[in-house]
Design a protein around this ligand. Structure first.
Ligand code: 4NP
Length: 151
């Protein structure tokens, strides 16, 4: 049985696709790719169908990660059934997820940085323009998540 993870942010063009592709690389590097099903989605329809935002794509490419083919899509009720972990970037995402999904009866929703020793939100680089910090923090969160899931 695969562990199924859906990363979620507002637009699904910056933070959650970065988390998706960083996590895919971490599990591949650990030889665990076939044990995981990893994807990402939005809480809004703002960027529906759009590719990963160029500065986020460049951060991934600078670390040897290709995210071509990924396009933004909004989370659905079927996603809530399919995925084991629904992992949000900030508290606004948590509020939106609860509203969209009608709560969290199976206790699947968490914040990415809650898996670290220093829980916090991932600031939205769409607004901060700081993709370096987003990269560093999302990597820290994904590394902590992988430890949580494998130790
Ligand atoms: P993300 O960033 O949630 O990290 O993908 C955003 C991208 C687009 C918008 C907001 C946040 N937007 O309002 O279009």
């Amino acid at each position: 049985m695969k562990t199924k993870i859906l990363f979620v942010c507002l637009g699904n063009i910056c933070r959650s696709p970065m988390a998706e592709f960083i996590m895919k690389k971490l599990v591949a590097d650990a030889g665990l790719a076939d044990r995981f099903d990893i994807a990402s989605a939005a809480t809004s329809y703002e960027e529906q169908g759009n590719p990963v935002y160029p500065p986020a794509r460049k951060m991934l490419a600078a670390h040897g990660i290709d995210c071509s083919g990924k396009t933004a899509r909004r989370i659905t009720a079927a996603d809530y059934e399919h995925y084991d972990y629904i992992i949000a970037m900030d508290k606004g995402n948590l509020r939106s997820l609860h509203a969209i999904l009608g709560g969290d009866p199976a206790d699947k929703i968490s914040l990415l940085m809650d898996y670290t020793d220093h829980p916090r939100e991932i600031a939205d680089p769409w607004y901060t323009r700081d993709f370096e910090t987003a990269w560093r923090e999302i990597s820290e969160g994904c590394e902590a998540l992988l430890r949580h899931l494998t130790e």
